[in-house]
Ligand binder design. Structure first.
Ligand code: ADP
Length: 458
């Protein structure tokens, strides 16, 4: 079962597979590249040392052998320069004796007079050319060492083949250096591979976050869908409740006593609140799913403002507040969706009344420039601190303070208001001072017959 789950996960999340491939591929490439570079470095050193061994032989032939082939002179010379050259571990001059070769001068004096029929001697002598072989053996210090063994014929100045030179050059010093470089390279390689693996693991984390983000978006979409369906389903019973409540209150089912009326009024207020909440939720889901239709047309703002003042006067008066309208004498027509504009002003006026205990609510409209009219709702209410204002237009945000305790709301009104204003081409702003009051102001485009043609924005 778990296995099956894993394979489904790997199949669906190709990024994870991609990350695993990277984790394996990048360090492997770095390792291969280092090993290959070190190998070719070693090869180059070997070739260089082989050439050096051949040059030593040639040099000896030209500067010593062709000057004199007296064995005593040769032995003296070999003794002198071999002492200075630690890499030369064998250096023999051999004279052909029939099929064999006899040592006539040597770095190892105990071998003088020895004869041998080494295969390389025979090949070099008969083919009249140098033979170089890479061999490994045990050094005097007992460690394993590599050597270049060079056998070459030596000629007189008239190019007559006369004797053989056999030398053995140790690669120990260079091998030691190469080993040192190799160790350092492997240390750097290990650190690099470690860093790369750490980086890639971090990257995998990022992939995980991307996957989580994708899932979150999916859950968010499901939540939106749920809210939309739930609020639709709640609408019908709320309407039914409202209908029967108002009929009962009006006495359609018989006269109610005061106690009964009071109780039903409380129920009515709660049902109304539920209704506002459902409407807000429906608006949120319409806006988020871009299902809200905006019908833009030329509107007489003066008329809209006047009717809203009429609508809200009683509510303000009931709370002991004064509602005032203060607008330019001649307001130009604006370009907006009338229902949505009313909803915006209703939200702002409603909040003004809700969050003020005394004083006045002023609704203003002024032409600020040639393109926009600014509508302001100003109150003398509880106000807000700068910190409380920060998230004011976020969904479900409500200021939690002693002043707001007991005031009911959803925290959706201002979010919806801002979205509607922006959909109609305006902007909303807020100024507020704690315990002094707030003013919300927003812009709406002035109707311009040259650019505004009746349109429906979905
Ligand atoms: P609510 O349903 O809570 O009123 P809103 O989105 O309309 O939701 O407002 C968000 C919060 O902003 C409110 O809870 C309130 O604390 C604060 N607020 C809104 N309007 C005013 C105002 N005119 N004066 C003071 N506070 C306000």
């Amino acid at each position: 079962m778990a296995k099956n789950k894993n394979s489904i996960f790997l199949k669906s999340e190709s990024q994870v597979i991609y990350a695993i491939v990277l984790i394996l591929l990048i360090p492997t490439t770095i390792i291969l590249n280092t090993v290959w570079s070190l190998k070719s470095f070693q090869k180059n050193i070997d070739v260089g040392l082989q050439r050096q061994a051949l040059i030593v032989g040639k040099f000896f032939e030209k500067t010593v052998w062709q000057k004199s082939n007296d064995p005593i002179y040769l032995q003296e010379t070999i003794d002198s320069f071999s002492a200075a050259n630690l890499t030369l571990v064998e250096f023999d001059i051999l004279n052909p004796q029939g099929e064999d070769f006899e040592v006539i001068a040597s770095l190892k004096k105990e071998t003088l007079g020895n004869t041998s029929r080494d295969l390389n001697y025979v090949i070099s002598w008969h083919q009249d050319e140098a033979v170089a072989t890479l061999v490994s053996g045990i050094s005097e210090s007992g460690s394993r060492e590599r050597y270049w063994e060079v056998v070459m014929p030596m000629h007189s100045s008239s190019n007559q083949k006369e004797a053989l030179l056999s030398l053995r050059m140790s690669l120990g010093v260079m091998d030691e250096l190469a080993k040192d470089t190799l160790t350092k390279s492997y240390i750097i390689l290990s650190i690099t591979v470690l860093i790369v693996i750490l980086l890639l693991m971090l990257n995998t984390r990022l992939f995980e976050h991307a996957i989580l983000f994708k899932r979150l978006k999916e859950v968010d979409r499901m939540k939106d869908e749920f809210i939309s369906i739930a609020s639709h389903e709640l609408r019908t019973p709320i309407t039914t409740l409202k209908g029967f409540l108002s009929m009962t209150l009006e006495g359609d089912y018989g006269e109610l006593n005061e106690q009964g009326k009071k109780g039903l009024k409380i129920i009515e207020a709660s049902v109304n609140r539920l209704g506002y909440l459902v409407e807000d939720l429906l608006n949120v889901s319409r806006i988020e799913q871009k299902r809200l239709t905006i019908k833009l047309k030329s509107i007489d703002l003066g008329l809209v403002l006047g009717s809203l003042i009429d609508e809200f006067s009683l509510r303000a008066k009931e709370k002991g507040l004064v509602l005032k309208l203060n607008k330019d004498e001649k307001l130009p027509s604006i370009w907006a969706d009338e229902d949505k504009l009313r909803q915006v002003i209703i939200n702002l006026l409603g909040n003004g009344i809700k969050y003020s205990r005394r004083g006045e609510i002023e609704l203003m409209a002024k032409k600020t420039d040639n393109k926009f009219i600014t509508i302001t709702v100003k109150d003398t209410g509880i106000g807000m601190t700068a910190q409380e204002r920060e998230k004011l237009f976020e969904k479900f945000y409500r200021i939690q303070s002693d002043d707001t305790k007991g005031i009911v709301g959803t925290g959706l009104g201002l979010w919806i208001t801002k979205q509607l204003i922006e959909l109609m081409g305006g902007q909303i702003y807020v100024d507020s001072i704690k315990n002094v009051g707030s003013q919300f102001y927003f812009t709406v485009p002035i109707y311009n017959s040259a650019i505004h043609k009746e349109e429906i924005i979905k």
